[in-house]
Design a protein around this ligand. Structure first.
Ligand code: NQM
Length: 357
């Protein structure tokens, strides 16, 4: 499936923006079936070893060095399988523990454009099996005249301009990685003297009140990234709680994400700074936001007293570059169902070239 190019190996690839992230999309069929050989190829394509990723196409930031591997679904209740990989820059490894809800927004356009399933006339629903967490998402996107449409009036914080809306619906993502909505068995724990809420409604997240760590929670991401003692304290809490969340030793993993919360300042429900897990996010992840929103509607979590709930199903999560609205629909005793809007766009289609062997 790969072709020669002046002694280099050529691998078909689509570079895609999904929400506020970017990823290299590959067909599983174009990659080696053996995971070790596959990862060697992907790490060479992206450059996993260098912080600037100078010898590959990765974007030298966790949000722009992501990988999506796509195939027809192995499940009867899904159309497409989506395996997500987070390249850990400089560590030369790919973490398959979490999924990514931003890159998920690009999966349906990729699958339709690449002919993996047909487009309906009007709108198309694509049932996506998120292989990392073995959970399902239904993506709904406009396909007027049986073609994917990227133009539209939907704006999302962190992306310039407007585009067509892609709706993502998740009925059952609680405990996606940890097995339970509250992986430690309770809505609050105390770690190294700091009260936290560990929650997984699609993404394992640890919520902490910024004030409990001696910061306001309104600092810029750059300011927080430069605050060494604070970041050491945050990482110590993450390493201590990871095993109690059922994630094992998380020293080389990108989960759990750490979200600092503070009172809202822009009409939303909560204000956030999220670490993924060591670098501060310029916005917030999709399923990370879903987990944070879910914590906000439960008075037993550390968000109680800070979260301002407007009533209704929309929970607006404020972040450094705007807000992210998560729609939470109650489902009896189960965790609430999650729905949200993203946009996505293919940026480049071609072949990534690799040294042979
Ligand atoms: O939480 C960043 C992103 C993400 C992941 C991260 C995401 C999600 O913004 O589902 O979207 O948490 O590392 O792409």
């Amino acid at each position: 499936s790969t072709a020669r190019y002046s002694g280099l190996q050529a691998l078909p690839c689509v570079w895609m923006r999904g929400g506020t992230s970017k990823a290299a999309f590959f067909h599983a069929a174009d990659l080696p079936a053996d995971p070790a050989s596959r990862d060697r190829l992907l790490l060479a394509a992206m450059d996993g070893s260098d912080l600037r990723q100078i010898d590959g196409i990765g974007g030298a930031h966790p949000l722009t060095t992501k990988i999506a591997i796509i195939s027809p679904s192995s499940r009867d209740d899904a159309d497409i399988d989506y395996l997500f990989g987070q390249l850990v820059i400089g560590a030369n490894r790919i973490d398959y523990a979490p999924t990514c809800g931003n890159i998920l927004a690009g999966v349906a356009p990729f699958a339709l454009e690449e002919g993996l399933l047909p487009c309906a006339d009007g709108e198309t629903r694509v049932r996506i099996h998120m292989v990392n967490t073995q959970s399902l998402c239904e993506a709904v996107l406009p396909t007027p005249g049986g073609k994917v449409s990227y133009q539209g009036t939907t704006r999302i914080s962190g992306v310039p301009g407007s585009a067509a809306a892609i709706e993502l619906r998740f009925a059952d993502v609680a405990g996606s990685s940890c097995g339970a909505l509250y992986p430690t068995g309770q809505a609050q724990d105390v770690v190294n003297g700091v009260p936290v809420t560990c929650i997984d409604n699609g993404m394992p997240v640890v919520l902490l009140r910024a004030a409990d760590l001696g910061i306001s929670g309104y600092e810029s991401p750059a300011e927080l990234d430069a605050h060494d003692s604070f970041k050491q304290q945050l990482e110590a809490i993450r390493l201590a709680i990871g095993p109690r969340m059922g994630l094992g030793d998380v020293s080389h993993r990108v989960v759990p994400k750490m979200t600092l919360i503070a009172a809202p300042i822009a009409g939303g429900a909560i204000h956030t700074r999220t670490f993924i897990p060591k670098k501060c996010h310029d916005a917030i992840g999709v399923l990370g936001a879903a987990s944070v929103a879910t914590a906000c509607v439960d008075p037993a979590t550390v968000a109680a007293g800070l979260a301002v709930l407007a009533g209704g199903e929309a929970v607006s999560v404020e972040h450094p570059s705007g807000e992210f609205t998560i729609r939470l629909t109650p489902q009896g005793d189960a965790a609430p169902a999650v729905a949200l809007i993203r946009t996505a766009r293919p940026l480049f289609r071609g072949e990534v070239l690799l040294p042979r062997g």
